[in-house]
Write a protein that binds this ligand. Structure first.
Ligand SMILES: [Zn+2]
Ligand SMILES: [Zn+2]
Length: 137
């Protein structure tokens, strides 16, 4: 496993403790947090860090391809440190976002390519539903 320091150096990113904390947190979670969630989570350790700093760090990570930005609708952005193309599902009740490991997007790309005669460069697949926790409430 490459260290965060190495990854940052490779992408020519300045190593600030706050940036490292944001990226480390994203690496450690599968929850696809929003910038606000990241901000709130890191707040106790970085009381001087502003929400704007979190946004700036996230935008930088997206630009250099370290983080994937998910537009889950209504100007609602979530962040994922898994930058490989994979489908997501969002609960319309509580807003949580999960990965769908079952569906292969490569397979879907091939099918769409065959059907449309396009060369597929990328795709974004979102499913919407009601999660288990919300169903039982
Ligand atoms: Zn839910
Ligand atoms: Zn994901």
């Amino acid at each position: 496993m490459k260290s965060i320091t190495d990854t940052f150096k490779e992408k020519k990113l300045k190593l600030t403790p706050q940036r490292i904390a944001v990226y480390k947190y994203l690496k450690s979670t599968k929850e696809h947090p929003s910038a606000e969630t990241i901000y709130r989570t890191l707040q106790p350790d970085f009381p001087t860090m502003s929400l704007a700093t979190v946004y700036k760090a996230l935008n930088t990570f997206v630009e250099v391809g370290l983080v994937q930005e998910l537009n889950v609708g209504e100007g609602n952005f979530r962040y994922d440190s898994n930058v490989h193309s994979h489908p997501h599902i969002q609960c319309i009740t509580c807003g949580k976002v999960d990965d769908i490991d079952l569906v292969s997007l490569t397979e879907l790309n091939n099918k769409v390519s065959e059907f449309t005669d396009y060369t597929i460069l990328s795709n974004k697949v979102y499913f919407y539903g009601i999660c288990k926790d919300c169903k039982s409430n």
